[in-house]
Write a new protein. Structure first.
Length: 74
């Protein structure tokens, strides 16, 4: 499941530069929830990497939205 990380993965998540952080659901292939097909609607659950980075969910969502706009030149 995409929402579970081991210690090595958590360490890597903490090391990603804030201006390079993106979140996505990789729909429909990597499930966030065990029994449900994945959809982009679950991106908020993936953004819970905020706990790992020790920041708020609002910060991660704002940062990743800005990073996405910059990535796609929007």
């Amino acid at each position: 499941m995409a929402a579970r990380f081991d210690q090595v993965q958590m360490s890597a998540v903490r090391e990603i530069a804030v201006d390079r952080l993106l979140v996505e659901t990789d729909s429909p292939y990597m499930r966030v929830r065990v029994k449900l097909n994945n959809t982009p609607a679950y991106v908020g659950e993936v953004a819970n990497v905020a706990r790992i980075r020790r920041v708020t969910l609002v910060e991660v969502l704002g940062t990743t939205a800005e990073n996405g706009r910059r990535l796609y030149n929007l």
